[in-house]
Write a protein that binds this ligand. Structure first.
Ligand code: DGY
Length: 443
């Protein structure tokens, strides 16, 4: 579909989408398909909100933190109240972790990087608001390092494809194939395929497994250590690992800025551990950082857009970075709009199915930030220009076909509108290259 540029001012359209999806201090990703507050969505949405209303941007993050559970986890969905448009809603999750009605798993921890970015850009006046969020962010990062790091495993892991944010990426096939659908699974009705094209969404078998994991968590009272150590699915995700490593660096910057020495020492320990163990993800056969099944040690076979986040995490191994760049160039030659979420040279690539191929704006944004810091400014600019092109071509979709640029799944999508305003729009003033303090804050 071609978006009529003559008839629409895309900046105004993006603003209107964020306004329309505002539910009073927090923003839903899109009506009907995702009618609640999603964790990493809100972090990216805040970046867009800050281009025109800094107070409202902070509010987005503060309301996200309101959903924090007693154990420190910030959940991937904060429900507040039920909505019959969505499955699985609060009556399926049945969490009891404190805070608001929410899901029982988390999502990639981008929050601290956004808070650091705001603190750097908005100056001393913003430090009070950053300080007010600091303990919650520290507790959440501690939760990842304690409750999502299985006994005996050197790296942070995940228990559910939804927790990675990359739901049906073929990265998870190994873990999904190694688990069984619970025979006691209650009958359920999917809602997502009523609101979006089913051919672009996960399969029914995948959904049965997603709900099997939710049932396990519920049956075990959402004891997160049990879910991590003994749950049906346990994989290590380079996406979560790299995003957390970056967020730990940004949290460390904040800790120092706020004079929190004890916290800073704890965070330094997490960073040192992650730097020492990044090679856990290195798949020598592929020559890339890949997802891995923790129990069998088996690697995923493919280069995903999460593999490309190594620059963003501040990985310094030049041989591994060069191999990653070679993959990105190979893939760019096969797709018109980068970075695809999965490798187009693999049979499992599907250009329009959710995380099996499409380009995602928030991934491009983080990959570009890392590339720019690494000095690869041409590649970083291409990430932004490709996002600009697909939005100009198709509008504010959830994600985009990297081959023909058509929009996929959700429409009027908040993070796409937000990152248009903050980064992809020709009127955006944000540089792709970091002009800020080294290795801190999304740029
Ligand atoms: C969904 O409902 O598809 C979401 O991705 C789960 O977070």
């Amino acid at each position: 579909m071609s978006h009529n540029l003559e008839a629409h001012n895309l900046d105004e359209e993006a603003l209107a989408i964020l306004k329309k999806n505002d539910r009073g201090g927090f923003t839903i990703p899109t009506a009907r398909l995702y009618p609640f507050q999603w964790n990493w969505d809100s972090a990216f949405i805040a970046i867009g909100l800050a281009t025109f209303d800094q107070d409202r941007a902070w509010r987005e993050l503060e309301l996200l933190v309101e959903g924090q559970a007693r154990d420190g986890m910030i959940p991937h969905i904060i429900f507040r109240k039920d909505d019959s448009d969505y499955f699985p809603g609060p009556s399926v999750w049945q969490t009891n972790g404190g805070g608001l009605s929410a899901s029982g798993i988390s999502q990639p921890p981008v929050l601290a990087s956004v808070v650091a970015k705001f603190a750097q850009e908005q100056g001393e006046g913003s430090l009070d608001r950053a300080a007010a969020l600091f303990d919650a962010m520290l507790a959440w990062h501690r939760w990842w390092h304690r409750d999502r790091t299985p006994d005996g495993c050197p790296v942070v892991c995940t228990v559910h494809p939804w927790e990675t944010g990359r739901d049906n990426c073929p990265d998870w096939n190994i873990g999904m194939n190694n688990m069984a659908i619970d025979p006691q699974l209650e009958a359920y009705q999917r809602k997502d395929i009523e609101h979006a094209d089913p051919s672009q969404r996960p399969s029914h078998e995948q959904y049965d497994k997603y709900i099997t994991i939710v049932k396990f968590g519920r049956d075990h009272g959402w004891d997160q250590k049990v879910l991590t150590n003994d749950g049906p699915f346990l994989m290590a995700d380079p996406g979560i690992f790299f995003i957390l490593l970056r967020a730990d660096r940004d949290l460390l910057w904040l800790a120092r800025k706020l004079g929190k020495d004890v916290a800073a020492a704890e965070i330094e320990g997490w960073i040192a551990d992650a730097e020492a163990n990044a090679d856990y993800f290195w798949n020598a056969d592929v020559g890339a950082y890949c997802a891995r099944d923790v129990r069998t040690g088996e690697f995923s076979e493919g280069f995903s857009n999460a593999s490309a986040l190594c620059f963003y995490a501040g990985i310094k191994d030049q041989t591994r970075l060069a191999s990653t760049i070679a993959h990105m160039k190979r893939i760019a030659a096969k797709t018109r709009f980068g970075q695809s979420s999965w490798d187009p040279d693999l049979a499992s690539f599907e250009s329009q199915r959710y995380w099996c191929g499409p380009l995602w704006c928030q991934m491009n944004y983080m990959i570009a930030a890392g590339l720019a810091e690494h000095g690869e400014t041409d590649m970083a600019d291409k990430m932004r220009d490709d996002l600009r092109s697909v939005i100009e071509l198709s509008g504010f979709y959830e994600c985009f076909d990297p081959v023909d640029g058509s929009g996929c799944i959700g429409t009027d999508f908040s993070w796409t509108a937000a990152l248009w305003l903050a980064w992809a729009s020709p009127s955006s003033v944000a540089p792709t290259a970091s002009g800020q303090e080294a290795a801190n804050g999304l740029n």
